[in-house]
Design a protein around this ligand. Sequence first.
Ligand SMILES: *[C@@H]1O[C@H](CO)[C@@H](O)[C@H](O)[C@H]1NC(C)=O
Ligand SMILES: *[C@@H]1O[C@H](CO)[C@@H](O)[C@H](O)[C@H]1NC(C)=O
Ligand SMILES: *[C@@H]1O[C@H](CO)[C@@H](O)[C@H](O)[C@H]1NC(C)=O
Ligand SMILES: *[C@@H]1O[C@H](CO)[C@@H](O)[C@H](O)[C@H]1NC(C)=O
Ligand SMILES: *[C@@H]1O[C@H](CO)[C@@H](O)[C@H](O)[C@H]1NC(C)=O
Ligand SMILES: *[C@@H]1O[C@H](CO)[C@@H](O)[C@H](O)[C@H]1NC(C)=O
Ligand SMILES: *[C@@H]1O[C@H](CO)[C@@H](O)[C@H](O)[C@H]1NC(C)=O
Ligand SMILES: *[C@@H]1O[C@H](CO)[C@@H](O)[C@H](O)[C@H]1NC(C)=O
Ligand SMILES: [Zn+2]
Ligand SMILES: [Zn+2]
Length: 501
Amino acid sequence: MEKQTLFQFLLLAFRASSASDVGSADIGWFWQVTDFHYDANYSLHGNPSTMCHTSGGDKYNNGIYGNYLCDSPWRLVESAVNEMKSQNGTPDFILWTGDSVPHVKDSELNLAKVFENIRKVSDQLRDEFPNTTIYPVLGNHDPFPSNQMSDAMQYYQGVLNSSHWDYLLDEQQQADFIKGGYYSTVTDYGLRVLGLNTNLYYNMDKVTVMIWDPASQFEWMWNQLVDARQHNQMVYIVSHVAPGAFERMIDMTWFYPEHNERYLSILREFSDIIAVQIYGHDHTDSFRVLYSGPGLPVSSLLLSPAVTPWKSTLPGVGANNPSLRLYKYNRKTGLVLDYIQYFVNLTAANTDNQTDWQVEYQATQEYNITDLSANSLHKLLMSFKNDSSGYFQKYLVYNSVGYDMNPVCNESCVRAQVCAIEKLGMKEYKFCMEGKHHKTTDIPPTTHHPKPHKKVPQYMFYVIGTLAFVVVILFVVIMMLCISRRRHIAPYRRFSTSLNA
Ligand SMILES: *[C@@H]1O[C@H](CO)[C@@H](O)[C@H](O)[C@H]1NC(C)=O
Ligand SMILES: *[C@@H]1O[C@H](CO)[C@@H](O)[C@H](O)[C@H]1NC(C)=O
Ligand SMILES: *[C@@H]1O[C@H](CO)[C@@H](O)[C@H](O)[C@H]1NC(C)=O
Ligand SMILES: *[C@@H]1O[C@H](CO)[C@@H](O)[C@H](O)[C@H]1NC(C)=O
Ligand SMILES: *[C@@H]1O[C@H](CO)[C@@H](O)[C@H](O)[C@H]1NC(C)=O
Ligand SMILES: *[C@@H]1O[C@H](CO)[C@@H](O)[C@H](O)[C@H]1NC(C)=O
Ligand SMILES: *[C@@H]1O[C@H](CO)[C@@H](O)[C@H](O)[C@H]1NC(C)=O
Ligand SMILES: *[C@@H]1O[C@H](CO)[C@@H](O)[C@H](O)[C@H]1NC(C)=O
Ligand SMILES: [Zn+2]
Ligand SMILES: [Zn+2]
């Protein structure tokens, strides 16, 4: 009787726990919005070849919601945020992954204008989502001059004060943020979010060239991950620039090589607790798979396309339709279960004088995967290599958010796409682009502690040299002593060995 009750209890407990593992209470949603690049100087009559800026009596007829050659007019920013609110006004949180400032020359801007630009976007999100947690990170266009991210506290303090990020980050987050634009926080459901500033590793940042650990972010990140592991927390890595290469170009990598390797080695070391990594910056719809060995996917990196439609000045890259992305996730494990990719057809919006945001696709359905885990993305990537499935062709259309509906991708284009997705290490990427296989897999040796490798000072060579010399002399002296003693003990030894035998 008692046994039976115990059994029933266990059964109930098991059911309850498995129900809560898949129960709807554990399923949540969050938004990612990225790369607004709001241009206050967008003009309906501005010259598209100069970012739709008015220069004298230009009589162009730019779209009310934007132009593929230009950054976002305010109407597009407003429309995007309104759409987020109307599709899902009560997400668990919003990830806002940087780049609010337009692609204009530094000579047209100054720090005050940059802060003002970020503030307008920040206020818009805060006003439309007054009760939603917003996790912002900085983009490479958000400092002044552009790309020059440093460890200058005044800049980060200014983002808090002047751009109103002090409305978004709590005191603890702000205390970390002023050190280098990074912070850590825990969601209501116990996931740790690391908002990073990977712009510090961006290879156009002249301030951080040759700096081993810019703004001490590596060390901080490593400590945060150790702490998360101790607290059994799963982690979201959220940042602007992703490591590795840009999939739409040949040999275009983002980070300084040493920073890239170091970043990857930390990610590999903690890949068991990193649920997902989320980035912006590329303006394209893509993903990356991090491997810890051949065929061993350990982490998934998701790259959302931009709000701005701006056609890149990089050769052959192209423009994109404005994008928004809504993720479905498990609140406890952090596993990304799915996402819905929204877009607005900019051509149609301008013609119709209204934005008709639509679902472009839903990831699991369109790619026939069960979730967005590293294993699932690995499976998708493998299908790209053998495109009888047609998934790669679909991906190519989504890659530009339908800007190019009939993408033609020749052999070198396919290679650039696949190598960027699969090879995050720079050497491995290069081998891949050359069509070679890299025997030693993807893994460089792990750096366990993010402690700086201090350069060995020159006098150390003299010290070591002298020590070595002393050791050699000592060795010779001891040898000579031994030889002379051996002569004395040799007869006894011979005696004792014969006894033992
Ligand atoms: C807009 O144009 C004016 C005049 O050229 C310039 O001073 C200002 O910085 C520009 N603002 C932005 C956000 O580009
Ligand atoms: C935000 O919360 C406040 C207080 O709970 C409430 O009065 C307000 O209606 C909420 N606003 C929105 C947009 O949900
Ligand atoms: C930012 O705000 C803090 C606290 O209110 C203040 O002490 C500081 O002077 C402000 N800095 C700037 C640059 O406005
Ligand atoms: C476009 O729509 C806006 C309101 O959404 C309206 O104010 C404006 O007059 C319209 N323009 C045209 C050309 O229809
Ligand atoms: C989708 O994936 C499942 C499981 O991997 C497979 O059995 C099925 O054939 C796939 N469907 C299509 C249409 O590719
Ligand atoms: C590609 O896929 C087809 C059908 O799905 C399969 O028959 C073929 O063996 C695959 N080729 C490679 C190289 O994997
Ligand atoms: C956008 O609209 C234009 C014109 O209406 C159309 O030609 C194009 O195919 C549409 N693009 C997408 C992705 O729907
Ligand atoms: C592939 O296409 C690109 C751009 O369209 C072109 O520059 C390149 O020469 C092509 N490569 C090959 C091998 O056809
Ligand atoms: Zn951008
Ligand atoms: Zn960027």
